[in-house]
Design a protein around this ligand. Structure first.
Ligand SMILES: [Zn+2]
Ligand SMILES: [Zn+2]
Length: 230
């Protein structure tokens, strides 16, 4: 699987160095689409080509790029974007349409969203966040990737599915403790997933220099537009 980070910032991240959440798999599957991720897709000429967006939860930093993608698709007469999301996205979409935006999408809501195509199967487990959210498991042939979305670890279900993972893409929103906000610190991620290959994302740009000191073998700090193959 080819993984490209389109947005690696947290909700509190400032500036354009790290846009908000977005991870692209094989140029067709987008895990979250936060603010600015739409521009990365435009730069790659993929706004009209992405097949599906898997939404982890409905916080603004994970969905705010989607309306812009829908506009690009409407303008270019591209097929409706598929959106798989926990309940609530349809209401957001309808409110945008209701105030006059001409956009289209194929939305399926589920408490545990799934998606399948010829190459891969995506399924989800419940996360532990400030609002309802899920973590995604992406299985393709003999490879497995976990995408945590936003979550306060430890979450038994996530730890369980991560045991067999070839790569864990995990949020890392602070240095020491941000459990009260429904997030996981870099120290907790490194402890809980020691021995695994981890790419850290959801990084406040303001903490970039401190986060960087934790990088070591198998622990990577994602950058916007960085690419990996698994
Ligand atoms: Zn977030
Ligand atoms: Zn969130």
């Amino acid at each position: 699987m080819k993984i490209r980070f389109l947005g690696t910032g947290s909700g509190a991240s400032v500036g354009s160095r790290r846009f908000k959440s977005g991870v692209l798999i094989d140029n067709t599957i987008l895990l979250d689409c936060g603010t600015g991720v739409n521009f990365r897709l435009d730069d790659l000429s993929l706004s009209t080509k992405v097949e599906v967006v898997m939404v982890s939860h409905l916080h603004i930093d994970h969905i705010n790029g989607i309306p812009e993608v829908l506009v690009q698709r409407a303008v270019n007469k591209a097929p409706p974007l598929k959106i798989r999301s926990p309940p609530g996205f349809t209401s957001y979409f309808r409110s945008l349409k209701g105030i006059g935006n001409v956009i289209n999408a194929e939305i399926i809501e589920d408490y545990l969203p799934t998606f399948k195509n010829d190459q891969l199967a995506i399924w989800s487990v419940k996360a532990d966040h400030a609002i309802y959210g899920v973590a995604y498991v992406i299985d393709s042939y003999d490879k497995r990737i976990i995408y945590s979305g936003d979550t306060a670890e430890p979450v038994d279900e996530i730890l369980e599915v991560a045991k067999d993972a070839d790569l864990i893409i995990h949020e890392s929103s602070c240095i020491d403790d941000c459990k009260q906000f429904g997030h996981t610190s870099i120290k907790e991620v490194l402890t809980l997933f020691s021995g695994k290959k981890v790419i850290l994302t959801h990084i406040p740009a303001q903490l970039d220099h401190v986060m960087r000191t934790y990088v070591r073998e198998n622990i990577i700090l994602a950058e916007d537009m960085s690419e990996y193959e698994i």
